[in-house]
Design a protein around this ligand. Structure first.
Ligand SMILES: [Zn+2]
Length: 412
């Protein structure tokens, strides 16, 4: 066996004998063409010779696969305007993804505002619509589906539309296509995939906002290109986490993994809606931060500021806001330390309004994680804020569709 298919030291898994998929010729072709598309997506423009070098495939195989991809209009040749090499020969023609091959739809559902975006195959957003999120899921998803159809008509330049990725604000069973429940939205057991496929006429993939954001970081986070194992901690009204293990989202046995916000950090803490006491969520969410600020000011019961406003107060040097956010950062650090010890990620990414005060928050998180000396590490785990200033979950919704197109299927 060649070095590239060695199964020593990871990169291998027990075959799933309930639904075994042996690697036939078609599978190998699919795997190899997706590997080339992913390399292209990351490094374009790139020559066939370079593709062969990076992928480890021989030049003849690369030529054959790229020939097929050109025929199917996945690629375009970047002839650079007919340049010649210094010795007068024709330079190798680099390849690019054809941005018009697939239109990708992303839908980011939040409590107040929902955004629908259409992006090209390079994930560049070409259209964007905003909606007030409806309390009646069925009619709301009907409205979204009609808008998807309208956008497809307006953007007839795309060869086809690959599907709709949906980010949702609460636990999701992505396999069953259902949104389960949310504390911020009156939707319960909503068959989002079924209803939106019906209204849009496109395949739909759903996940919760934290898992979508984690996926976006793995595919698009510039600083994290080498990361294979990633923990995303989304800080909003509650805490939501997404875990990527070896490049794939970890969804768990019942598809609801990532609820680390309900790990208990204080046995004698206040009661939580989940039935336990002292959950991490009760100390590190935006809700907790705002409540702490109100308490510090002796202003309980009065109108609470939004998290965005609180962060502005931090920037203007307000002592109560600074203390409230600092305390949250320390609690974030306590929880993240436990997760680093449990999961050993390459990187931890924090998202949410609180990261606008990153200069204050990051050193406090890092100070907590530095207290734990469990695993010997050559260097501390990287802790970063989200790569996306605007709505990482929207980027993640679009990435769900891209992931369906470019990720390499499991074999076995
Ligand atoms: Zn809880």
């Amino acid at each position: 066996m060649s070095k590239s298919v060695s199964t020593r030291g990871g990169m291998s898994r027990k075959p799933n004998l309930d639904s075994v998929r042996a690697a036939g010729h078609d599978t190998l072709r699919l795997v190899n063409s997706r590997i080339l598309l992913s390399i292209l997506s990351d490094r374009q423009p790139i020559s066939r010779a370079e593709l062969a070098k990076v992928s480890g495939l021989n030049k003849a195989t690369v030529s054959m696969i790229t020939g097929e991809l050109l025929r199917d209009r996945y690629l375009i040749e970047d002839d650079g305007g007919g340049r010649t090499t210094p010795i007068g020969g024709k330079p190798p023609t680099p390849l690019r993804l054809n941005p018009l091959r697939h239109g990708l739809f992303g839908l980011d559902v939040r409590a107040d505002e929902t955004i629908l975006a259409l992006a090209d195959f390079n994930s560049r957003i070409v259209a964007r619509r905003s909606f007030e999120t409806g309390a009646d899921a069925r009619s709301f998803l009907g409205e979204i589906g009609r808008e998807v159809k309208r956008l497809r008509e307006e953007h007839a330049e795309f060869i086809d539309a690959a599907g709709v990725g949906v980010s949702l604000p609460g636990p999701v069973n992505s396999q069953a296509g259902r949104f389960l429940a949310s504390v911020v939205l009156p939707w319960r057991e909503v068959p989002v995939v079924e209803w939106l496929e019906e209204s849009s006429g496109l395949p739909v993939t759903i996940d919760n906002s934290a898992r979508c954001a984690a996926l976006a970081e793995i595919w698009h986070g510039k600083a994290l290109a080498q990361a294979r194992n990633l923990l995303y901690v989304g800080v909003s009204a509650g805490l939501a986490c997404g875990v990527v293990i070896d490049g794939a989202l970890y969804r768990g046995g019942n598809n609801v993994a990532g609820q680390f916000g309900h790990v208990m950090i204080d046995l004698n803490g206040p009661e939580c809606r989940c039935g336990q006491r002292g959950c991490w969520d009760l100390y590190a969410s935006d809700k907790a931060t705002v409540a702490r600020y109100q308490q510090l000011r002796g202003a309980q019961g009065r109108r609470a500021p939004s998290m965005r406003k609180l962060v502005e107060l931090v920037e203007s040097g307000d002592p109560a806001a600074t203390e409230a956010v600092s305390e949250t950062a320390r609690y974030l650090g306590i929880g993240i330390t436990g997760l680093i010890n449990g999961l050993d990620p390459d990187v931890v990414v924090v998202g949410g309004e609180i990261t606008r005060a990153w200069g204050l928050v990051e050193p406090l998180i890092r100070a907590e994680t530095a207290k734990s000396v469990l695993a010997p590490r050559e260097q501390p785990v990287a802790i970063r804020r989200s790569s996306f200033d605007v709505r990482p979950s929207l980027k993640g919704a679009l990435t769900l569709v891209l992931n369906n197109l470019l990720s390499v299927p499991y074999v076995g």
